[in-house]
Ligand binder design. Structure first.
Ligand SMILES: [Ca+2]
Ligand SMILES: [Ca+2]
Ligand SMILES: [Zn+2]
Length: 315
């Protein structure tokens, strides 16, 4: 099991260079998301819509991969059989602490019902089951605070909110739901961020992105799936664009490179026609509509487990 994992990590650093047929991407179309109108999908992209997770540049990504590879190699060299299995195919149960930030009573003020949170946890469990992760809701707190309600990434309000509410350690998932604005659906911190800023660790999502919320076509709960993907160490599938080297992209060999985010559900899109494979538009780490997103790749599962073992397990 362990040598397979190591081989996968090596393979993920090597990249893909084959040719593939060209297919033009589908045309853009107008859309209205959470009350904001955009003339095209490109306008959404230009507005920074969907995910506010910070960009990890190539150098930092390489440093992180080195740390993870050393961790995995050290375990490989010294571990007993049971530990080898635990790295390659861990079954991880993640405690979830949910923080509802609202601007008063009622769903329209972000005061989402417990039933929506329960549905969201089920969406996460369905999405991550094949990767060996499950989620258990430990508790929900509710805070009425106009400033935190509209807190965006990198703001003082975000710091205040997280410093006041965050619970647990590196292996606890804190989810904050609010109404962040700026066309964002959410953002997340990465596992490697925890050590220098433990209170910031967690995921913030737009309250109306939960299952049954009003942010169609992003209201089936896959904003949380996507942001938790960052929280367990995944990058966007379009990281690095058409870079002809997986180590400069998302660090995962079995997600074909794509030039830019996919919006809607552009079946057959091939934005990097010289690189093998159609764009991974159904991957949770793209920007497609929730209904279009169906899964993670095996390579992403391997990466999540390696990241978890390195940065979160027992910490
Ligand atoms: Ca890839
Ligand atoms: Ca391609
Ligand atoms: Zn993202």
């Amino acid at each position: 099991m362990k040598s397979q994992l190591f081989a996968a990590l090596i393979a993920s650093a090597m990249g893909l260079t084959s040719l593939a047929a060209f297919a033009a991407p589908p045309e853009d179309s107008p859309s209205v998301i959470d009350g904001r109108s955009f003339t095209s999908k490109k306008a959404c992209i230009d507005a920074g819509l969907r995910c506010g997770a910070r960009h990890v540049d190539e150098d930092e990504a390489a440093d992180i991969d080195d740390v993870v590879a050393r961790h995995v190699a050290a375990k490989r060299a010294s571990a007993r059989l049971g530990e080898l299995v635990s790295v390659a195919a861990a079954s991880v149960s993640i405690p979830v602490h949910w923080h509802v930030i609202n601007n008063g009573t009622g769903i329209a003020n972000g005061n989402i019902p417990d039933s929506q949170i329960t549905s969201q946890i089920q969406v996460l469990n369905n999405a991550y089951a094949a990767q060996g992760f499950s989620f258990v809701l430990m508790g929900t707190d509710r805070t009425t605070n106009a400033s935190w309600y509209t807190a965006g990434p990198g703001t003082t309000a975000e710091s205040q909110m997280k410093n006041a509410l965050r619970q647990g350690s590196a292996s606890d998932l804190n989810i904050y739901s609010n109404n962040m604005g700026s066309g964002l659906l959410g953002w997340a911190t990465f596992p490697s961020d925890y050590a220098r800023s433990p209170k910031s660790d967690g995921v913030v999502i737009l309250y109306s992105s939960l299952p049954g919320g009003s942010a169609a076509p992003y209201n089936l709960g896959d904003t949380a799936t996507h942001e938790v993907g960052h929280w367990v160490g995944l990058y966007h599938t379009f990281q690095g664009g058409c870079a002809n080297n997986t180590s400069k992209g998302d660090g995962v060999a079995d997600t074909p490179a794509e030039k830019s985010p996919a919006y809607g559900c552009p079946t057959g899109r091939d934005s990097c026609p010289r690189l093998t494979g159609l764009d991974p538009i159904t991957n949770f780490m793209d920007y497609s509509d929730d209904a279009c997103m169906t899964g993670f790749s095996a390579g992403q599962g391997t990466r999540m487990q390696a990241m978890w073992s390195t940065y979160r397990a027992g910490k």
